[in-house]
Design a protein around this ligand. Sequence first.
Ligand code: PMP
Length: 414
Amino acid sequence: MAAITTAPVSLTSRVAAFAGNRNVRAQRSVAGKARVAPRAVSVRAAVADNATGERIYNFSAGPAILPLDVLEDAQADLINYKGTGMSVMEMSHRGKEFMGIAAEAEADLRELVGIPDNYKVLFLQGGASTQFSAIPLNLCKEGDTADFVVTGSWGAKAVSEAKKYVTANVAATEKANGFTTIPDVADWNLTEGSKFVHICSNETIQGVEFKEVPDVGGRTLVADMSSNYLSKPIDVKKYGIIYGGVQKNIGPAGMAIVIVREDLIGDAMDICPTMLDYATMAENDSMYNTPPCYTMYMSGLVFKKLLKMGGLEEVEKMNEAKAKILYDAIDNSDGYYNNAVDKRYRSLMNVPFTLGAGADMEKKFLAEAGALGLGSLKGHRSIGGARASIYNAMPTEGVQALVDFMADFKAANP
Ligand code: PMP
């Protein structure tokens, strides 16, 4: 990535730099209206850095931005994977080539995360939501209790699903406070003998993230890591199960990666569907049926990239620096932009914010940002506002382009 230029460039000329972009008409109309002072850091430079000149900075919560070099590697191998004469999408999952791809993906993930030998890695269809059922079905029997700490919308969904199979005790919830913090672990009402304690390590909609692994007194800790998977080191041995959908930090949608301690496998409820039984999947290397082959391959490319970047400690440093740029911009805006989350638990991945001026101004903000190539900033439909998802693959330049735009917008709409 080239360094960001320091030459003053007006918003209008920055927008014109998107001439190769598909949205050019919308961009021009915004450019015509914009009245902002030239500023030192250029959105144009940041966007021009994109190899194709057509890619936007995509702040979608998921499916989400993937690393450009990974997409290019996949593109190079798309129709003829390494001389096999076929695409990975066209290969038998039982063939030598694909078995090699799958084995390498698992080995790379194990190295990247440091997964102990007594944990299985499963690549499963049905996304994270299917695990909301699979977890109680595998870990409990009828009449058992499981504890849930609800720090946002996804934790609440996990409770609703578990209730179909077990007694789901909400040990703590921040609903009354609009899910803006994490309750103190000393205040959790955990059940004596509960089969597991479920947390969502990063709530994608509310932008609340656990910063430490909670001590649940010897119980089995289960974490939904969908939206902060591989964004920082994971101390696997503190968990019974780690799971998450891949479509945010890892790869194309359609798969969950489940890391499960071996002693938790093999005692599923009788009613557990074969496809959700971890024993079935572990015995068959996640290939009891046809697995999500292409998603496994793409995820494998991302694991290799993260290893090459120096591993999850380096990734975390990068993510902390990126998130700081955005939170500082919000906090230093004199209430023009606001993030309601307790500063101790602000997510490094999903940054929801509102505009002090209200919903109409938010609409204008989102329209102008989108026209400039700062895409998918709309907040989740359940809470509104704006949200910037800044996953691993979002370059620092993208975050910088966003905060530059935020300053320009504030100046133009005081
Ligand atoms: N958990 C979290 C934290 C999520 O963000 C999501 C998806 N946004 C899910 C679970 C559900 O994932 P999926 O769509 O893969 O079922």
